[in-house]
Design a protein around this ligand. Sequence first.
Ligand code: PAJ
Length: 285
Amino acid sequence: MRIALTLTELRTAINEQKRLGKKIGFVPTMGYLHEGHGSLITRAKAENDYVVLSIFVNPLQFGPNEDYERYPRDFAKDRDYAESLGVDLLFHPEVREIYPNYPSLTKVTVSGITELLCGASRPGHFDGVATIVAKLFNLVMPDRAYFGLKDAQQVAVIQQMVKDLNFPVEIVPCPIIREEDGLAKSSRNVYLNNEERKQAVILSQSLKKAKAEIERGERNAGRIKEMIREMILSQPLAVIDYIEILTFPSLEKIDSMENKTVLIALAVKFGQTRLIDNVIVEIGG
Ligand code: PAJ
């Protein structure tokens, strides 16, 4: 596995592969890798000739009172894990390499769909995500890029950006990887203490129940949200940020779920830790 720390090293490696006509698969991450990231890498390996993984904790997507400084980092462990999965090129730049002038004068803003869900609780977050992903696409020039549906709104935002700005990249959304008890894997799960970790299982449990209710015929979004709210509030440490049911990927509010692909998304805080989870359900008439 080759490691590029600078833009020049990255460009040299990419140009070589492009000259050879290789298909490049790209997995952007902020590191502290787990099997969720691993599933994206494995899929990228299966579908491309050359896989690039980036590990960069992007300051631009963190709010002033968020966890940028304390976001977990373990480069040695990530490097070994990436190598074991067959990553061809690991790009791990410093902040000043990516943002020589921070913050840069140019930003990418996807409007509308960034104003709700996580965008409402984290103003500016998706500008930071869209900007870094656009920069990384220009640097890596991938044929395909892999994103987890754990961050379903992020997938919708990136797909919209790619469409609106004509990036020649195919976005491949990948399923959520979970712990055995259902908790969605996340780099931020290490923040949870034992009691919070136990109670956090309610997120996936409530989504599972919601999906089952829909499968049994429930079509009223308000009733589903209320059921989720009650389940989550049964856990004393849980503080709800949002519970939403929207169309996917257009993220429009709905009352009735008839004939739609819907995203049931939630964000819940346990102590200082904000967790997100979701399920996408295809609903017939
Ligand atoms: P990060 O949180 O490190 O996630 C990197 C990728 O892994 C994202 O596409 C995310 O959706 C996916 N992922 C995380 N947990 C997952 C899980 N349990 N199952 C499946 N996929 C999972 O998302 C980011 O970084 C950043 O916003 C980034 C896109 C890199 C831009 O900075």
